[in-house]
Design a protein around this ligand. Structure first.
Ligand code: ZN
Length: 146
């Protein structure tokens, strides 16, 4: 038996238990399970990585468009322009909320990506906040016209 951890080849005179490597002391089958776990995790990560990239770029786009629209609102005196910008802000937040639902990721503290399954409360909170903000922006837009 060759140890999957340290590659020590078991000799017949070795006195350690049969399930255990005499050299490094690891349990043969435990080590195999652990490497299997790591492989599955890694696979999961690669699978969700596409989503991670997607939500990150969606987040950056949303911030950029909100920033630009806020500048236009600040510069413009025309109510109709302000209204259109507020509607566009609302739409970009809605798109971001939709992307959060699709990718099952949200943006945590310091721009860190957070998976829904790792922090379900934070995820739900952010999705609800996004919808709330979108509604609020729409409400402000309507208010400045009427
Ligand atoms: Zn070993």
């Amino acid at each position: 038996m060759k140890c999957p951890n340290c590659s020590y080849l078991r000799k017949s005179e070795d006195i350690a238990a049969k399930w255990q490597c005499p050299e490094c002391g690891i349990a043969y089958n435990k080590f195999q399970t652990r490497t299997m776990d790591l492989k599955t995790k890694n696979h999961d990560y690669i699978r969700t990585n596409e989503n991670a990239a997607k939500i990150k770029s969606s987040y950056n786009k949303t911030l950029l468009s909100i920033g630009l629209l806020l500048v236009i609102i600040g510069l413009s005196n025309a109510q109709i322009i302000q209204f259109i910008c507020a509607v566009l802000i609302s739409i970009s937040i809605l798109v971001f909320a939709r992307d959060m639902l699709i990718t099952e990721y949200c943006i945590g503290q310091f721009n860190r990506l957070v998976r829904k399954e790792d922090s379900p409360f934070m995820y739900k909170f952010e999705v609800i906040c996004a919808y709330g903000l979108a509604a609020w922006s729409l409400f402000l837009g309507i208010k400045c016209v009427f």
